[in-house]
Design a binder for this molecule. Structure first.
Ligand code: GDP
Length: 750
């Protein structure tokens, strides 16, 4: 039976076409050794049945991803009788990039121009004959979705499969034509199949090819030396440029755009601004800030900041007053996120009072009342009270994601940070890290390069996740409440940015030291912008909410009980005051370790709570907050006139006062929690996603990075001039690395 392979970009409609061709005969398996689906079936739409193999969706035949490797090996080794290259006609230039590579193989190719129904709707036209003449292979217009043109396609594929075809290259007119010709002839002389394809890949410096054909590689090297003045730099990029140049010049005209559709591409217009070379990043920062402002600002309209307008409402009715304070305060009009936070605090206080009177009415023993009120409820409500606010932040982030903007962010960041060794592909899982590190770490499977995968897994936790967000919200809120002139929203924004900057910086350092290597090229589909669907947003939020609630009533309850127990009992199992408790002794024993970060020995007698909170955060980051909320009442019991405000950020403010911690040390504390070992679940996932035996380095990386960075942050914020010392140290380190790298790359070996 003739065998046809289907090749095309992701989202070009390959699956739809495959289903249209094979109907119910398809079956799905795996490609050997990888978890990529392999679909095979029989097409009975032509005069004879033909076997159809669906190759993974790919943008190119460079072996950077497992998908590309599979497709390439299949085409080269399994010799299908014909390749149907499906190309999305609405995105022709990008799709033809793969076509130009397929054409270099010695295999009959038929191009299926898909989505022609969309073209028709727009009033655009695809000229199959023109494109066929330019490419030198048959082109058939189809709509896989509407099953139009399928019979013609099958017929064309059947006809092509009866013929032989020698590869052709669009590079024949590029400056590299000579080189490619020479290598092709040499390879053909040796009887290598697909000589042109291999020749081009050799010129690109493609790794598997270089290994497979060392002799021909000498020709390439000699050529490169000879032309050293003519061509600068990267041959791979040069060839990619030549392909795109040719496509634009010769093939693009095959689809003619109507005036209507020229006007239609509002998406393109938006991209001109949003992905602008210079303005792209500043615009991203402004958008991000707007998100944090809407979520965390006490003074939404800057009324207080600019006009000194505040809203102190006193009606004499305390419940009414605290309800009004949900919306307005002396700081101004609250942002929606803050209103949600206040409302939840309001509800939690009422519920807490209800629970307290219920337990006492039931005649529970003192210890049991303490356990329920100050242990379980304090810990759980501490976390619960932040959930609506953090969900609101997620809603805004999901809107950005669903609208198609986040894909642009990966693109913008790729452009800015590629030279530092980061690729846009790696930014995608990192940005996912804003939600939760666990799925983000799993997503790194799409990264082909092992080093890139390891580095990305290491820095994903630096993108502040939903569980760390309450720490930032609580700490920044408490600092803002204590110090006039500091805005919580600006502070949270700065900390989020700081986490991202640390990710970029540490990857750049790893690229220069332990993880040297090339950055894989990044080709990505930019979906058009569209209005996010309410349903899909709600699904996102519901998932998150479920996750939070589940955690609050499992891990957080359990940890709160343990913390309450340890902070209320002494070593001889008697109930006691907190300063005689087991937890006090453990905390005080290790507290000195945190001295460089500002929350160690220099703090007053309750200063150990911070190290305890950081340690409980290793189980789940929400624990940092629940630990604060469990310990606050116990500490409060020892301080006359203590008012922890019961809910909201009250307990954190009270802890600040009780311990005498400075705002600088609190920021360092937050930075430490942001960068240190993430929660159990995330750490275990990262362990699973990185090569065996390497995880201990990742653990060491997290511990060292968080400790050193938090120390640096504390030093600089407390004594600004220490920044010069740190810069000097950084410069010395950079010089050392640069010298070492140069010594290593010196060909004379010295
Ligand atoms: P794959 O990733 O290449 O397998 O692409 P799919 O077959 O999953 O198609 C991607 C999207 O394009 C799906 O939403 C399809 O319904 C849609 N699609 C595929 N072919 C056509 C077509 O000919 N016309 C239109 N309008 N949509 C199509």
């Amino acid at each position: 039976m003739l065998r046809i392979a289907l090749a095309g970009n992701p989202n070009s409609g390959k699956t739809t076409l495959f289903n249209a061709l094979t109907g119910s005969t398809a079956h799905v398996g795996n490609w050997p050794g990888v978890t990529v689906d392999k679909r095979e079936g029989v097409c009975k739409k032509g005069s004879v049945p033909m076997a159809v193999v669906d190759l993974p969706g790919i943008y190119s035949l460079s072996p950077y991803t497992p998908e590309e490797m599979i497709a390439r090996n299949f085409l080269l080794e399994e010799k299908p009788d014909c390749v149907i290259n499906i190309a999305d006609a609405t995105n022709l230039e990008r799709n033809l990039y793969l076509t130009t590579q397929l054409l270099e193989m010695d295999v009959p190719v038929v191009v299926a121009l898909n989505m022609t129904d969309v073209l028709q709707k727009r009033g655009d036209k695809a000229d199959a004959e023109k494109l066929s003449a330019a490419l030198g292979v048959p082109v058939v217009c189809i709509s896989a979705l509407k099953e139009e043109g399928i019979r013609d396609l099958v017929q064309a594929a059947y006809k092509a499969a009866q013929t032989k075809r020698a590869g052709t290259s669009v590079l024949a007119q590029s400056p590299l034509a000579h080189l490619i010709d020479d290598i092709t002839i040499a390879l053909r002389g040796k009887g290598v199949a697909h000589p042109l394809f291999h020749a081009v890949k050799l010129a690109e410096g493609d790794e598997p090819e270089v290994k497979a054909h060392p002799q021909e590689m000498q020709t390439v090297e000699a050529f490169k030396k000879k032309c050293a003045d003519g061509f600068e730099g990267d041959y791979e990029a040069l060839i990619a440029d030549a392909r795109y140049g040719y496509i634009t010049q010769h093939f693009s005209a095959a689809v003619s755009r109507s005036e209507r559709s020229e006007k239609l591409s509002a998406s393109d217009k938006a991209d001109r601004i949003l992905t602008h070379r210079v303005w792209g990043i500043p615009i991203f920062l402004v958008i991000l800030f707007a998100l944090f402002h809407l979520t965390f600002a006490e003074d939404l309209f800057y009324l207080n900041a600019i006009f000194k307008i505040g809203f102190d409402v006193e009606t004499g009715n305390s419940v009414l007053d605290s309800f009004v304070a949900v919306f307005f305060s002396s700081a101004g009009v609250a942002a929606p996120g803050v209103i949600l936070f206040n409302l939840m605090g309001f509800v939690c206080t009422l519920a807490g009072n209800g629970i307290a009177s219920g337990v006492s009415a039931a005649g529970a023993a003192d210890w049991a009342q303490g356990l329920v009120n100050d242990g379980i409820w304090a810990g759980v409500s501490g976390v619960l009270s932040f959930i609506p606010q953090i969900l609101f932040l997620f809603l805004l982030l999901s809107i950005l994601e669903d609208s198609g903007y986040m894909a642009r962010v990966a693109f913008i960041l790729d452009r800015a940070f590629r030279k530092f060794g980061l690729s846009g592909r790696a930014f995608i899982p990192m940005i996912m890290g804003f939600g939760c590190s666990v799925p983000a770490a799993i997503n790194t499977r799409t990264l082909a390069d092992e080093k890139e995968r390891i580095m990305t897994n290491r820095v994903i936790p630096f993108f502040t996740c939903g569980a760390k967000a309450p720490i930032l919200a609580a700490v920044c809120g408490a600092i803002a409440a204590q110090y006039a002139g500091i805005n919580a929203d600006l502070l949270v924004f700065a900390l989020y940015l700081f986490g991202m900057a640390m990710a970029v910086l540490t990857v750049a350092i790893m690229r220069q030291t332990t993880m040297k290597g090339e950055v894989a090229p990044f080709i990505m589909e930019l979906p058009s912008y569209h209005l996010p669907q309410l349903r899909s947003l709600m699904v996102h939020l519901w998932d998150k909410l479920k996750h939070y609630i589940k955690k609050a009533f499992t891990v957080i309850v359990a940890s709160s009980v343990v913390i309450w127990f340890l902070s209320n009992f002494s070593w001889n199992w008697q109930m006691t005051e907190i300063q005689n408790s087991i937890l006090h002794d453990i905390g005080a024993f290790v507290q000195w370790l945190c001295t460089p970060m500002g929350f160690g020995s220099q703090l007053g007698k309750f200063g150990w709570v911070f190290v305890v909170a950081a340690v409980t955060g290793l189980i789940a980051k929400e624990n940092v907050i629940s630990t604060f909320y469990v310990l606050a009442p116990a500490i409060g019991a020892l301080i006359p006139g203590w008012d922890d405000g019961e809910s909201g950020i009250g307990p954190v403010v009270a802890l600040m006062q009780a311990t005498g911690i400075t705002w600088q040390a609190l920021i360092a504390f937050t930075v430490f929690n942001m960068l240190t070992i993430p929660c159990f679940a995330a750490a275990a996932t990262v362990r699973g996603e990185t090569p065996k035996g390497k995880f201990r380095y990742t653990l060491a990386f997290w511990m060292l990075t968080s400790y050193l960075t938090a120390t640096a942050v504390y030093l600089v914020l407390t004594w600004w001039w220490t920044v010069f010392i740190l810069l000097l140290l950084a410069a010395l380190f950079a010089a050392y690395v640069a010298l070492r790298n140069r010594a290593k790359s010196c060909p004379c070996g010295r």
